[in-house]
Design a protein around this ligand. Sequence first.
Ligand SMILES: NC(=O)c1ccc[n+]([C@@H]2O[C@H](COP(=O)([O-])OP(=O)(O)OC[C@H]3O[C@@H](n4cnc5c(N)ncnc54)[C@H](O)[C@@H]3O)[C@@H](O)[C@H]2O)c1
Length: 355
Amino acid sequence: MSINKLQTYKNLKVIVTGSTGFKGTWLCYWLHLLNAKVVGIALKPEKDSILFKKLLLSRKIKQIYLDINNLKKLNQVIKKEKPDIIFHLAAQSVVSESYANPIGTITTNVLGSANILEVVRINEIKNLVYITSDKCYLNDGRKTSYFENDTLGGEDLYSASKACAELVFESYHKSFLLKNKKLSYATTRAGNVIGGGDMKKNRIVPDVIKSLKNKTPLIIRSPNSTRPWQHVLEPISGYLKLGEMLMNRKLSSSIEPNWNFGPNTINCRTVIHVVKEVISCWGEEKKINIVKNKELKEAKLLMIANRKAKKELDWSPTLNFKETIKMTVEWYKNCFFENNAEETTRKQIEYFLRK
Ligand SMILES: NC(=O)c1ccc[n+]([C@@H]2O[C@H](COP(=O)([O-])OP(=O)(O)OC[C@H]3O[C@@H](n4cnc5c(N)ncnc54)[C@H](O)[C@@H]3O)[C@@H](O)[C@H]2O)c1
């Protein structure tokens, strides 16, 4: 992907919800490099998070700490900022947390997302990229990939909340947005995203990295589950590309507004494969303890087809599996031991764009 293609964002007002989270931070930083005027909406960074602080984002973007469940305040912000485009990433993003906090998960992921749709409708914000998840599909046990028009559903509450967020989008789209030709909205579903700086609890790569750094025991659940792993720059580049196509009105109105940004099938590997590769890149011996958690219901196999984004957006995955893990581990090592997280982030974006 060439950086020139994303010059559309220069001087545009871009709102990113979830700007203090893992993917939101990478997106804001990339938009900052593109000279966009970025406004972030999110909760304060979590206690253990490092990315937002290490990238000095509070000095580079206008950050507003706001709960998206507060419709009145959200509306005030959107009305005042009048962005050219919104990327909606704010969410309760972890499956295990949805067992601990089901109502909080539903509230933010469904009602909070509905609030975003409502404020873009009221204020006639022209462009919206609405991020849900690969877990929004009803997992019927198939051994093949899920396509954009497959049935939605979810056994665990996180997956169900993302399927609901998709349904709410669809009804807003059909009830209001399609009637207003000035508006251009899309939903996106990416895979299991990894990359530098994620410190979220109960995510596999951050768990391995923390146990390597702190020399604490490494405990793994569901070692044989297969997931569509991808570097964070892959879906982020897809969101930016899609946003650009929406803003430039390059997509035919007959194209459905849902987009998968998954890796190629070869990147769909088991959890244990990823764990071993991370340990090998880190370069130290580590014992892996496997504990089965029977309470957590998660699909064993999950893959999403990326044919539509390849064809219609000319987007395709850039990094192979080994590069994905290598760049991820390199980021953490550079951050922890060389204290150059920002330089590493910029260099990794530049490297990605040269590929
Ligand atoms: N990380 C992945 O592997 C992955 C995979 C598929 C989809 N997703 C989706 O992508 C999006 C971003 O994921 P992430 O990994 O960056 O998540 P994250 O947990 O690192 O960040 C979540 C962000 O949302 C914000 N947020 C949460 N509740 C909020 C609220 N009530 N009001 C305002 N802001 C709120 C947080 O402050 C944070 O900025 C989420 O929608 C997630 O479900 C993530």
